[in-house]
Design a protein around this ligand. Structure first.
Ligand code: GDP
Ligand code: IMO
Ligand code: MG
Length: 424
């Protein structure tokens, strides 16, 4: 059984906690795209883990965690992530972590470039995580990038590849004060630094293709852990306020190296409200005390950057588009506890768009005015093991989502802990 777990909004829907839950019955969990711009939270046995590049299964030693081909890897950040998790007692060994030798490498040049481009964009900045993601994917598309296999291969060959990258980015390197451009010395410095990272990660780097194939052949359950989200997708999201990878279930297949016809299930993860970090359109945003209250109750601060997340009401038009774009077969609805603290809950069911009523996300999302339905909240989810135990109003809310989207809600999050989840 192969399951893709993807975000249906603008990220941070709680994909990590759903992947961690699903991982209990899996042999392998694969991070398919994105890099350490992701921040996936897992709260397990009273401990909170913030995972960036490592799959959310890493806290479970019985599962093989795979950092797939479609990801971009900042090796320095990955080494830090591995070391800090090990210090917390998490087992990370070559028998439970594998890194694709085809994954592309984020270098410090890309991180600098990310920041320089944000400055150049001025008022049109994207609000990136500053992790060098866009420039790494650009390098990959330009076919000048280095991959994990280069870090563990021949030093001279690595140096030659880095020398081309340095030539391409000469104006940038010259413009950054502390990296004085002296061609040979910059190339050598970078080659030495990244070769060293390669040595540290070498034991994990493998061709993941036969490993994934064998798992499929043996009938092992595989989870593809999506990162970022539908509306941050480079092609289908709110361009240019998007990330640079393909975040949909189809992108998971490409990044993991799994054929689309092999996928049995696509779980779309959503929150009972909407949040967004970074710039871009957000029709149901509440820049008022409602948004502040959602942020406070839901602890809506970025896992990666600590930035306060923009918050607003649930937008079912977006979820409906996301279900279609990803081919979702089921939904996981998180933060039912958080939204239930409001006596009155609004849900966007359509847009007023240039005087017309529409129920899809148009290219100029910023011109959409939400049309809301109102629900009675004020429920208490504490200790609930079924939706019915939470009460009639919560049942009405969830049933309305299911009827609108026409896909069943199979998981309901009622708190951040792994145990605070209702399975239907
Ligand atoms: P991801 O990037 O999609 O994995 O999501 P993040 O981990 O960035 O953000 C989700 C946040 O919501 C984390 O702090 C989770 O611990 C928290 N969370 C997830 N599900 C629930 C839920 O049902 N209730 C509450 N109160 N918190 C939740
Ligand atoms: P997870 O997997 C929320 C956002 C950034 C910015 C835009 C581009 O935790 O849901 P980038 O650094 O990727 O070039 O930034 O995308 N962004 C995320 N927002 N959750 C994420 O990941 C995100 N990854 C990137 O805030 O708006
Ligand atoms: Mg996150």
């Amino acid at each position: 059984m192969i399951t893709a777990i993807v975000g249906t909004q603008w990220g941070d829907e709680g994909k990590g906690r759903i992947c961690h839950y699903e991982a209990q019955r899996a042999k392998m969990v694969i991070r398919c795209a994105g890099g350490n711009n992701a921040g996936h939270t897992v709260v397990y046995e009273g401990k909170k883990y913030a995972l960036h590049l490592l799959p959310s299964s890493i806290v479970n030693p019985y599962v093989l965690s795979v950092i797939g081909t479609g990801t971009v890897i900042d090796p320095k950040a990955l080494i830090n992530e591995i070391e800090s998790l090990r210090a917390e007692g998490v087992d990370i060994e070559p028998d439970n972590l594998v890194i694709s030798n085809r994954a592309h490498v984020t270098m410090n040049i890309h991180i600098v470039l990310d920041k320089v481009m944000e400055t150049l964009r001025g008022s049109k900045k994207i609000g990136t995580t500053g992790k060098g993601i866009g420039p790494t994917y650009s390098e990959k598309a330009s076919r000048t990038s280095i991959r994990m296999c280069d870090l563990i291969g021949d030093y001279e060959a690595l140096k030659e590849k880095i020398s081309l990258i340095v030539k391409v980015h000469k104006p940038l390197i010259e413009s950054v004060g502390d990296l004085t451009y002296h061609y040979q010395s910059v190339v050598k410095k970078l080659a030495d630094e990244y070769y060293e990272y390669g040595k540290k990660l070498a034991e994990f780097v493998q061709d993941t293709k036969p490993i994934v194939y064998n798992c499929i052949k043996e009938g092992g359950n595989i989870i593809m852990e999506g990162a970022q989200s539908t509306f941050l997708d480079l092609d289908q999201g709110s361009y240019p306020d998007v990330t640079s990878s393909n975040c949909l279930a189809s992108g998971c297949c490409t990044g993991a190296g799994i054929g689309i016809t092999q996928v049995d299930e696509v779980i779309g993860v959503m929150k009972a409200y909407t949040s967004r970090v970074g710039e871009g359109p957000f029709p149901t945003e509440q820049e008022n005390e409602i948004g502040d209250r959602i942020r406070f109750l839901g602890h809506e601060y970025g896992t990666t950057t600590g930035r306060p997340r923009r918050c607003g009401w649930l937008d079912l038009v977006m979820i409906s588009d996301a279900v279609y774009l990803n081919g979702c077969t089921a939904l996981a609805l998180n933060h039912l506890d958080t939204i239930g603290k409001f006596d009155e809950i609004k849900v966007c069911c359509g847009y007023n768009y240039h005087g017309k009523f529409i129920q899809h996300v148009p290219v100029d999302h910023e011109n959409c005015k939400p049309c809301y339905e109102t629900f009675k909240g004020g429920w208490n989810t504490e200790g609930a093991t079924t939706l019915e135990e939470i009460g009639e109003d919560a049942v009405k809310f969830v049933k309305f989502i299911e009827e609108y989207i026409e896909v069943p809600v199979v998981y309901i999050g009622i708190g951040p802990d792994a145990s605070q989840i209702i399975i239907r």
